[in-house]
Structures are given as structure tokens and as C-alpha cells.
Ligand binder design. Structure first.
Ligand code: ASP
Length: 325
């Protein structure tokens, strides 16, 4: 009896702690790149095309999560959808390097065990995100590059395409314009928390428009553009990759939560609107935490983005001044 009251009191305190499943059964966020965009730079038709592309990918992710699929499967599924859409700078719509080729980067991370896989500088893999998952699950490595990544992918059933698959008029002309002046373009990514409370992140890109041959950005660098940890959050970034590498942006957000106890929103805001915005690290992140909270943080004027959770909260948006959640 003497121990019963203290025990009941501890049990009461524990029941007040937010549990993993407390607020939402599942959550998802995706992005299709960020940058300094303004409405006058788009026709209404273009805005609708982007919103439709985001919505189609979001709907796929929502359906899969509500059916109980794992966050890992869902982030791959959603990123594949965005890779196949030529509007976005990943897969089919990848930008060109300075010498007129396509060199694609992608990474995926499993928040359950911090397992990760990535490919960089590949020019003939239709869906680099699936090659990244192959590297994570089938090889003892984290990052494979260039021809080696393609060879390993082909040996393991990943679809290769002729490099001409990645040719799009839009990206070719934007290279021609960029050869006159430096420029950059968006990327795609997805983060999710599934019904088990597991987190995953995936990011895929053609990199920076007009980048030098051989340049690798932040996307396939675990902790820079992509990170997932069940103890904290899953993050996918988009922006000027060199800064995201130097500031280990995605891991920094996780570390602020883990070591300083910041909330997801506080941590993402501190990194994106703090040290990143003091430099030319223009861009943003999408992130989800283990409670299913979503953060869509940017220091640019726009980020193609979508979000949803099991409570029916959802939307897609482009410009910073649009409502987020
Ligand atoms: N972060 C990508 C890179 O630097 C580009 C982007 O997100 O726009 O390769």
C-alpha cells in the first residue's frame, strides 16, 4: 500500500506524456524545390501545373500511408512520382551541367536504424531514388557514384535509360541562359511518419543548373540535404547545396532537437532562418518529427511544397506568403 500511491502518481504522469501516436497517425510533406520566385514569373497555367504535380504526388503518399505502408516505401514512391514529372529538377526534368550533360544525385534514409543509401553523378538511371534505396539495402556502402553506381544498379534490376531520356527543351534552354549568368533550380524530396511512428526521408535532384562536371551537391550527403532519425525527425532540403553541406543542415536540425530539446519548428527555423540565411544558403527544408508535426521552413520567396496528415490537414503551395498548414 505504501508504494501504491507513488506508483499511481508515476503512472498518471506517464499518461500525460505525449506518445508517438498522440496527435496524428501518419504525416507526410514533400517539396519540389525552392528559390526566389515571384508570382509575376509564372503564368496561371504554370502555377496550376505545378500544383497539380504536387497534388498527384501528395495523393499517392497519403493513400499509401493510410493503407499502412511504411514511411520508407512512401518516400521512395513519392520521389519516384516527382522524378518522372519533367516539371521538377530530378529524374526526367534534371538540369544540365556546364558541359551539357545530366548528373543526378539522390539519397534515402531510414529513421529506424539510421541506415542510408545514396547515388551521385549518375547519368543513365531513370529513378535515382530507387538506386539509392538499392545501395542502402543491398550493398555494404552508403554512397556510390557515376558509372559504378549505374553498373551496380543494372546488375540489381534497376532500370537504366539512354542519357537522351533526360533531355528536355526547358532545361536545355535554361542552361543556355545560365551560361550567360549563374543560376539554379529546384529539387524534389519527401519525408514521412507512418502508422508505426517510423520516420524516413528521400531527396533527388539534377543538382544546380550549369554546375561544373563532377560536382556533387548536398542531396546525397547524409546529414546535409537528407537525414532521418526516429528519435528526432526526418528532413529533406532544397537550395544552394554547397551551403547545406558546409552547415550540415539536415543533421543540425535533428541535433538541435536531440541535444537542446528544441521543437521541430524551433530547430528548423533556427537553421534555415538563422545561420543559413546569413549566407547565400537560399532555400528551405521540409521536415516531420516523431509526433507527426510538419515543418515547411524557407528563407527564399517560394518553395514548391505539399503536406498532409491523418487528421485531414493538407495542402499544396508555392509562394512563401501562402498558408502553410
Ligand atoms: N540542393 C540541390 C543541389 O545543390 C539543388 C536544389 O535543391 O535546388 O544540388
Amino acid at each position: 500500500m505504501k508504494y501504491l500511491l507513488p506508483l499511481l502518481f508515476v503512472a498518471f504522469l506517464m499518461s500525460c506524456q505525449p506518445s508517438n501516436q498522440a496527435s496524428t497517425e501518419w504525416s507526410i510533406a514533400l517539396h519540389g524545390g525552392a528559390g526566389n520566385m515571384n508570382r509575376n514569373g509564372f503564368t496561371q497555367e504554370q502555377i496550376e501545373q505545378y500544383e497539380e504535380g504536387l497534388q498527384i504526388a501528395l495523393d499517392k503518399g497519403k493513400k499509401a500511408l493510410s493503407e499502412g505502408q511504411s514511411s520508407l516505401d512512401v518516400v521512395e514512391l513519392v520521389v519516384r512520382e516527382l522524378e518522372n514529372n519533367p516539371l521538377f529538377n530530378a529524374g526526367k526534368g534534371a538540369v544540365f551541367t556546364n558541359d551539357g550533360r545530366n548528373e543526378l544525385d539522390a539519397a534515402i534514409m531510414d529513421g529506424r536504424d539510421l541506415n542510408a543509401g545514396a547515388v551521385a553523378g549518375v547519368g543513365d538511371i531513370k529513378n535515382p531514388i530507387s538506386a539509392a534505396r538499392l545501395v542502402m539495402e543491398q550493398s555494404p556502402h552508403v554512397l556510390l557514384i557515376g558509372k559504378g553506381a549505374s553498373k551496380y544498379s543494372a546488375e540489381n534490376g534497376i532500370e537504366l535509360v539512354d542519357s537522351s531520356y533526360f533531355y528536355t527543351d526547358k532545361r536545355w534552354h535554361s542552361l543556355q541562359r545560365a551560361l550567360q549568368r549563374a543560376g539554379k533550380n529546384g529539387t524534389v524530396g519527401c519525408v514521412a511518419m507512418d502508422k508505426n511512428g517510423d520516420l524516413a526521408a528521400a531527396t533527388s535532384t539534377g543538382g544546380m543548373n550549369n554546375k561544373r562536371y563532377g560536382r556533387v551537391g548536398d542531396v546525397p550527403i547524409i546529414g546535409a540535404g537528407t537525414y532521418a532519425n526516429n528519435n528526432t525527425c526526418a528532413v529533406s532540403a532544397t537550395g544552394h547545396g554547397e551551403y547545406y553541406i558546409r552547415y550540415t543542415v539536415a543533421h543540425d536540425i535533428s541535433a538541435l532537437m536531440e541535444y537542446k530539446g528544441l521543437s521541430l519548428k524551433e530547430a528548423a527555423n533556427a537553421v534555415v532562418n538563422g545561420k543559413l540565411s546569413n549566407e547565400a544558403g537560399n532555400g528551405g527544408v521540409i521536415a516531420v518529427d516523431k509526433m507527426g508535426n510538419i515543418s515547411l521552413e524557407m528563407n527564399s520567396t517560394g518553395m514548391f511544397r505539399g503536406w498532409a496528415n491523418s487528421n485531414g490537414v493538407e495542402g499544396v503551395a508555392i509562394f512563401r506568403d501562402e498558408i502553410n498548414q
